[in-house]
Design a protein around this ligand. Structure first.
Ligand SMILES: *Cc1c(COP(=O)(O)O)cnc(C)c1O
Length: 376
């Protein structure tokens, strides 16, 4: 028997208290009982997103909110600047393409963070860009973007700034209102400590103005319907009642721990992981690493997919490999959500054992010791 340890950058582990709440009786959504849950959730969502703007919730995976941020703000033939520093930035480009939006791609070399000066230059040289799509933590590379600097650039223009913070929220600091972020997109299965199934989207007044003129096709994700229902403390369609009940509990847990304390917990675990990997001679992939996930280069002569497979099948620890061109070249260990020191130490211990089985020369305990030093 092996315990199941989920250390992938989504889905992430869910606290028992939250699991139990989600096993509670499913109540009807058009009732005072559900409306009181919704009211509480909507208030706490604003606090946890650190925004004064409304945060809308959909019953979908995170990509649904990404799609909503395209189909509600833009029209056919509109120009958007898409910052593509990995798989998720690329996805914004694909969504734009699917809807006939003219996506100007800023292709950032993978492992690097986007350069705000290039964003500024592109906006200046390409008139008419209505929206800029960016990613807080690019989960595929483990890189964090300087959203504050990008916000400073975009907020001076007529364009709105959309940030995919599906994996970055709660792990990497972001102050949307202060930094000029108009739309924050997130999802339940990463830092939120919930199962997959909810997507979130916050909207600034500047972004809301674009909705009226947008002519892209939409129905479920139509924000006009969402905004109307939100105003009546209701939802346009049937909400994911059980997940919403879990969300209410999880938001209490997070606000009790404190958003800054959550950020420092992620920073501590990420730092310990990075230093432990370096201590056993491995190289980090991201030049500017997120505190949500650590991407590590697979050492020369070792089969990268075997690391992930052996970790899962023999150690019981689910980590992630690389995607697309990074397949077999990196592995990724998550710190997001319901994680503590012992999760980090277990992951490091497992990686040491697996690497040694795969023929990599590692002094067992060296990385674990380094992590313990930093976490004690
Ligand atoms: C997980 C993730 C998403 C959403 O993916 P879904 O599978 O649709 O939930 C979007 N962006 C980033 C950066 C992510 O990490």
């Amino acid at each position: 028997m092996k315990k199941y340890r989920l250390m992938s950058p989504g889905p992430t582990p869910v606290p028992e208290k939250v699991l139990l709440k989600m096993a509670d009786t499913v109540i009807h959504h058009r009732t005072p009982q559900f409306q009181s849950v919704l009211k509480e959730v909507n208030e706490k969502l604003k606090r946890s997103f650190r925004t004064a703007n409304a945060v809308h919730t959909f019953a979908s995976s995170g990509t649904g909110a990404m799609e909503a941020s395209v189909v509600n703000l833009l029209s056919k033939g509109d120009k958007a600047l898409v910052i593509n520093a990995g798989k998720f930035g690329e996805r914004f480009g694909e969504i734009c393409k699917a809807y006939g939006v003219d996506a100007v791609m800023y292709n950032v070399p993978w492992s690097e963070s986007p350069d705000p000066a290039i964003v500024a230059k592109t906006l200046k040289e390409t008139p008419g860009i209505k929206a800029v799509y960016s990613t807080l933590c690019e989960t595929s590379t483990g890189v964090v973007s300087d959203i504050q600097a990008i916000g400073a650039v975009v907020s001076k223009t007529d364009a709105v700034l959309v940030v995919d913070a599906v994996s970055g929220l709660f792990a990497d600091k972001m102050l949307p209102d202060e930094w000029g972020v108009d739309v924050v997109v997130s999802g339940s299965q990463k830092g939120f400590m919930l199962p997959p199934g909810l997507a979130f989207l916050s909207l600034s007044a500047k972004a809301e103005k674009l909705i009226a003129s947008s002519n892209l096709p939409k129905f479920y994700f139509d924000l006009k319907a969402a905004i109307k229902a939100y105003g009546k403390n209701d939802t346009a369609w049937t909400p994911a009642v059980s997940l919403m009940q879990g969300l209410n509990v999880v938001l209490d847990m997070m606000l009790t721990e404190g958003l800054d304390n959550i950020l420092s917990r992620h920073a501590r675990l990420a730092n310990a992981t990075r230093e432990a990997m370096k201590a056993i001679g491995l190289e980090l992939y991201a030049k500017n690493p997120s505190n949500g996930v650590t991407a590590v280069r697979v050492p020369e002569g070792v089969d990268g997919s075997a690391i992930v497979k052996k970790m899962r099948d023999e150690q019981g620890v689910t980590i992630a490999g690389g995607q697309s061109e990074l397949k077999g070249k990196i592995f990724r260990v998550a710190h997001m959500g319901y994680m503590d020191e012992y999760d980090t130490i277990s992951a490091v211990a497992g990686i040491e054992m697996v690497l040694s089985q795969l023929g990599y020369k590692v002094q067992l305990g060296k990385g674990v010791g380094r992590a313990q030093e930093l976490l004690k």
